[in-house]
Design a protein around this ligand. Structure first.
Ligand code: MG
Length: 380
């Protein structure tokens, strides 16, 4: 039986993880659940799964739910709460599905405790890939990708000699605005941006798909997960989101992983690896799909992807700036404070003035992260 902790349990990936678990409950024991402020849903989940520990964002929220928790479930809060759920709940697998760089310390704590990681929180690798991957290698801890693209690549690489990999080809749907010109982007609304054509996801990642920041984060994530230089990681537009990504090998063979867009497939694969189990996802009907389209990525149309490659190649603290500037800019766009295109100008301005530190330690990363956030919040 897998002992599973879910960080970000009330979010999109966390909820879908518990959905996967609920279809084969004999296989799993939930040891810990961590949420932010959605205490209503967390309480429902706690009553159903009776974890040893749950965690919420603040002490006040912890006090608020304490009385309603099932007997045997204790409540923690804040960063220490995340660490308790990840590393001290008795889990042997932690689904790390927090949003943003808040997931970093708890992921490292889980690795230190020898807990296998399902990594849905891409910002963790973007900001601290050099630390996380080295720590995991030192501890012999496996990191299973949850992102659909990286799960696809992970599946394509199964049993292959890594030295024969010529390049990774990540697919990008193009997000909510793929058919609009840059001129048309100037006046788009939050509501428009939240309508993703293929995937049903949280608000932050849906905006990140529209700006192509999401693909940029994924390129950096792929660099760390698969230990390949940026020259070997490419992005192609694929509006149908059926080919989740591909690997080209030395002999020109290309192996792809296909399926209808449904995050429960990569989630389940990470949980049951190397086995494959039946899934609630709808089977792929290629005849019905009829045609699959691929278009060259246009970096002028999607400058955030260009900036992600630049930040990735610069390395050190540059990806932290890219990520932190974006997180704040997206939050401000969602609040109606800034127009859509200001997301990219905020990232561009903060990256331009940043002098990257090579091989930063965790404190240096957190300093740059905090400083970038403050600056991104103040930029007009
Ligand atoms: Mg993805």
């Amino acid at each position: 039986m897998m002992k599973l902790a879910v960080l970000g349990s009330t979010g999109s990936i966390g909820s879908q993880t518990l959905d996967v678990v609920s279809r084969d409950p004999g296989r799993y024991e939930i040891t810990g659940l961590a949420a932010g402020t959605n205490v209503g849903l967390l309480l429902e989940q706690a009553k159903r799964w009776k974890p040893k520990v749950v965690s919420v964002a603040t002490k006040e929220l912890a006090e608020q739910i304490r009385i309603d928790l099932p007997p045997g479930t204790r409540v923690a809060y804040g960063e220490q709460g995340l660490i308790e759920v990840a590393a001290e709940s008795g889990a042997d697998f932690a689904m790390c599905a927090l949003i943003g760089s808040v997931g970093l310390k708890s992921t490292l704590a889980a690795i230190d405790a020898g807990v296998s990681i399902g990594l849905a929180n891409k910002e963790t690798l973007v900001t601290a890939g050099h630390i996380v991957m080295k720590r995991a290698a030192d501890k012999g801890v496996a990191i299973y990708p949850i992102d659909s693209e990286h799960s696809a690549i992970f599946q394509c690489l199964n049993g292959e000699d890594r030295r024969a990999v010529k390049r990774l080809i990540l697919t990008a749907s193009g997000g909510s605005f793929r058919d609009r010109t840059r001129d048309e982007l100037a006046s788009v609304t939050v509501e428009d941006a939240l309508k993703h054509p293929n995937w049903s996801m949280g608000a932050k990642i849906t905006i990140d798909s529209a700006t192509m920041v999401n693909k940029g984060l994924e390129v950096i994530e792929a660099h760390w997960l698969f230990d390949l230089p940026y020259d070997k990681i490419e992005v192609v537009l694929h509006p149908e989101s059926i080919v989740h990504s591909m690997v080209e090998f030395a002999d020109t063979s290309v192996i792809a992983q296909l399926g209808n867009p449904d995050m429960r497939v990569p989630i389940q694969y990470a949980l049951t690896y190397p086995q494959r189990q039946p899934s609630p996802a709808s089977p792929l009907d290629l005849v019905k799909a009829g045609a699959l389209h691929f278009r060259e990525m246009n970096f002028a149309r999607y400058p955030c992807l260009r900036m992600a490659y630049e930040a990735g190649r610069a390395g050190g603290t540059a990806p932290t700036v890219f990520n932190a500037a974006n997180e704040v800019a997206v939050a401000r766009f969602l609040k109606g404070e800034i127009p859509f295109l200001a997301i990219e100008t905020i990232i561009e301005r903060l990256l331009a003035k940043h002098v990257a530190t090579a091989d930063p330690d965790l404190d240096a990363i957190l300093d740059v992260d905090a400083q970038t956030r403050a600056e991104a919040a103040a930029l007009k």
